[in-house]
Design a protein around this ligand. Structure first.
Ligand code: PLP
Length: 299
């Protein structure tokens, strides 16, 4: 049984004792950051990269949180040990803290609230094998998606709409360009080349995305960080989404919404997971297995 423990200000506490002040700015403004770290075989996967990205997100929001990387790694380790997680995730968040509700930063700085939980989560093996469908929607989010902030309403509304269309993910389009998924990055394979949106303010620079680009180089798959249009996606040979919980998931069908508000279905490539996607999945699985075996763990 899990769900017994929570992290609160660097310390493990019984889950029911972890409480948020109703004037916490994370709660009132989404004023804070978060990370989700994968656990395989009881070991943290790519945790240092997540901790460093959290440190960057905090810096962008000007939240002072000394020794972020060490504290995140320690907090995550405490949680997986306390909960006995084998395959699962650690969720960690840091809000600016509690203060009377005004938009601007409170003075003096409130004490940031560092909290987290860990829970079991199996690998999404069936969807990784068969592929999934995605709903094409306008990207209604703000213009700082490079910050992993607690403000997720654009993602929440998009993912819900995808669910109602029986799709696994929403993929988002801004000014004719595909940016990413609501909780994943997006890749296509076109003319033998792997393409993904450049890591700028319009997307989250996913840890999985970065690892995939590294693996693509190792596998001698040509790649470019280059944006692509909806037409290029629909004409692509292959497409996939990726993320910490998603891993590498083939996109086999896109559903778009036409002017009459009707769904239109578009097969990607042959409508089956493609060869480049499979090669990357296999390389990624080798990393996962090395992590679980304790030899490839890069905490
Ligand atoms: N893009 C968005 C908007 C996300 O929310 C996520 C993960 O939650 C990703 C991309 C994938 O990032 P990562 O691979 O670091 O999990």
């Amino acid at each position: 049984m899990t769900g017994h423990w929570a992290l609160y200000q660097d310390t493990l506490v019984p889950r029911q004792d972890a409480k948020t002040d109703i004037e916490d700015r994370g709660y009132q403004f989404g004023d804070g950051v978060y990370e989700v770290i994968r656990v395989y075989g009881g070991k943290l996967f790519l945790a240092e990269a997540h901790a460093k990205r959290m440190e960057r997100s905090l810096r962008e929001l000007r939240i002072s949180f000394p020794n972020c990387v060490e504290r995140v790694l320690k907090g995550a380790t405490l949680l997986i040990e306390a909960e006995g997680i084998d395959d699962g995730i650690v969720y960690l968040q840091i809000s600016r803290g509690a203060a009377s509700r005004v938009h601007q930063f409170p003075t003096p700085d409130p004490i940031p609230v560092f909290s987290g939980t860990a829970s079991p989560l199996p690998r999404p093996v069936q969807l990784m094998e068969q592929g999934c469908e995605a709903l094409l929607l306008p990207d209604i989010r703000w213009l700082r998606n490079d910050i992993k902030s607690l403000n997720l309403l654009g993602a929440v509304l998009s993912k819900q709409q995808a669910k109602e269309a029986h799709c696994h993910e929403a993929i988002l389009e801004r000014n004719g360009i595909l940016t990413e998924g609501s909780s994943s990055n997006l890749f296509i394979v076109s003319l033998g080349e792997l393409l993904t949106h450049p890591a700028n303010n319009l997307i989250l620079n996913g840890i999985t995305r970065q690892e995939i680009l590294r693996l693509a180089s190792e596998e001698a798959i040509p790649w470019k960080e280059k944006s692509f249009t909806v037409d290029e996606l629909l004409a692509a040979d292959e497409a996939f989404i990726c993320g910490t919980t998603t891993e590498i998931m083939p996109l086999i069908q896109i559903i778009s919404i036409n002017e009459q508000n009707k769904h239109e279905r578009h097969k990607i490539g042959s409508g089956l997971p493609g060869g480049v996607t499979r090669t990357l999945q296999q390389a990624f699985t080798r990393l996962v297995e090395a992590c679980a075996a304790g030899s490839g763990n890069k905490p």
